[in-house]
Design a protein around this ligand. Structure first.
Ligand code: UDP
Ligand code: MG
Length: 139
């Protein structure tokens, strides 16, 4: 398994509740390395562009309003098998279905406000990382 990179986001519900440090600690404790990180607030249009793959889903408007409702922390994490490992740390999309000890189970509020995002595969990571970070920020 090669070293790979994934895009992670600490979503507005988690940033606003002061959970950034807890989430970064979990990520680092699991052996992933933070190679780039920033705090920002998406516009509604930027959130809609980021989640464009979901534009036909019933939750799209609510999701993108929520994702643009306050600051987020976006980061790139690197490790062997980083994409799968970060998704395992996050847990199921629905916090109520997520395994004990996962970020979403411990910190998520509901299926929408579920604390964190992670790329779902190498192709997704390859488009999501440059959405937030320039080549200059990714040395
Ligand atoms: N989402 C939602 N309702 C749903 C499914 C998803 O509000 O029924 C939101 C949730 O914030 C989720 C995001 O849309 O994290 C993207 O959905 P996806 O199916 O890609 O889940 P993920 O990959 O984040 O687990
Ligand atoms: Mg997804």
């Amino acid at each position: 398994m090669a070293v790979e990179r994934t895009l992670a986001i600490i979503k507005p519900d988690a940033v606003s509740r002061g959970l950034t440090g807890d989430i970064l600690r979990r990520l680092e404790a699991a052996g992933l390395t933070i190679v780039a990180l920033k705090r920002l607030r998406l516009t509604r249009e930027q959130a809609r562009a980021f989640y464009a793959v979901h534009r036909e889903r019933p939750f799209f408007d609510s999701l993108t309003d929520y994702m643009s409702s306050g600051p987020i922390v976006a980061l790139v994490a690197e490790a062997e098998d980083a994409i799968r490992r970060w998704r395992e740390l996050m847990g199921n999309t629905d916090p109520q279905e997520a395994a004990p000890g996962t970020i979403r189970r411990d910190l998520g509020l509901d299926k929408e406000k579920n604390a964190v995002h992670g790329s779902d595969g190498p192709e997704t990571a390859a488009t999501e990382i440059p959405f937030f970070f320039s080549a200059l920020e990714l040395n």
